[in-house]
Write a protein that binds this ligand. Sequence first.
Ligand code: GDP
Length: 470
Amino acid sequence: MIIGDIADGLTRQVERAGGMVSGAFFEPVIRLGVTGLSRAGKTVFITSLVANIMNRARMGGLRAAGDGSIRAAYLQPQPDDTLPRFDYETHLAALTGPTPHWPESTRAISELRLSLRVQPTGLIAGMRGARNVHLDIVDYPGEWLLDLGLMEKDYASWAEDTLARIADRPQAAEYLALLSTTDPDAKLDEPQAQKLAAAFTRYLVQAREDGYSDCTPGRFLLPGDLAGSPVLTFAPLPRGHDARGSLGREFARRFEAYKREVVKPFFRDHFARLDRQVVLVDALGAIHAGPRAVEDMRRAMGDILGAFRPGRNNFLSQILRGRRVERILFAATKADHLHHSQHARLTAIMEALLADARRRADYAGARTAAMSIAALRATTEDRVSHGGAELDVVRGVLLETGKRAAFHPGLLPEDPAHLLVPAREGAEGWLGEDYAIMRFAPQPMSLKPGEGPPHIRLDRAAEFLFGDRL
Ligand code: GDP
């Protein structure tokens, strides 16, 4: 064990003791992590969740909202001075303004504190007075979670593994061509280093777009304010002689710096402090993209769940010190693309994927659940006659053309295995059914007093995630 890790561990223990004291005697804090790969729906989820907790008329499924225990909800300055604040007001204005549009997506970590004034109702009302509960919502890219696997690797083994994996991927052709003219023992030349890093980053972006989830280093995909800095200017090279001043030696040094300065602070300062976690998954998008994307989603869910498994990783065990996330929700987003008659099938698919992820990650401990939700409902439901049959559809305004359309995305199977088995067996396409996807624009809203934006099961998601603490 290195000294830095012992010191980190001690700091965390002291912090935890502090956290528990303030939790028990003063005002409890729930730290809720919101993650998911890019475009999964994190920004829309947080914006709509906060708006719907401030205006609770559509939140009957969150017990404390339904029975009136939540007396007030208001935004407060967040506790972490160095984290960007989640830009709630701008995102809400985008969604609910006179010409609604989707907000800018998550690019980096951000935080928002929502404080609730809670007064229990019913029998225990007289016994317990009103108290404040703080919900600290931490939004971070799912891509960053996948970096956990790097902590136990050195540069040479990471580079070797990576080069073996990408050897026959067409997305990596440009990088591999550049590599064939690169000598790891040559003297470090910064423009050459930048060229390699840029070509490797282009590979990662393309691979991610084509559905691969083994795209590390994750910060190369969403660099935030580290773009162009030396910690992000390296790439995998074949093993060299590790000569002083060589390209290979400098890349190995930068890889260690990446672990130390980028990956470790994120896990130690943010990830290790979460109490509850929601992982958003664009399952309909993956089903539309085909069996390969579904199989990739299955693997990614296992990898993500593995990151929450205490004891899986030495580094993580040291910073967690027995602390663990208590509840994890995997939610399929954008369920408003489906008529409600199909929601149970989407949920069944998520449940099957979650059961598989738990098995593969050998996961025990936190309560987990799977759901299908829409943080912001952009459609209405209808039934139309089509070729002599009645068809359940959703209607909305298409994002691309601005035209109104009725949409039937294809019938999900009752048995999830009908999708998951072909995906696992590497099928090229789905048999029998075509799954379409369309992007709908958010609709103008006329909200009554007390109402938040329309959603599907956001209240149930909230109840699972933190309802027990209110
Ligand atoms: P992030 O990258 O995880 O922050 O993803 P966003 O929250 O920005 O969502 C990405 C895109 O997914 C949005 O621009 C919308 O097009 C779509 N989207 C997200 N949530 C919903 C939803 O509840 N319903 C619908 N119809 N589309 C959604």
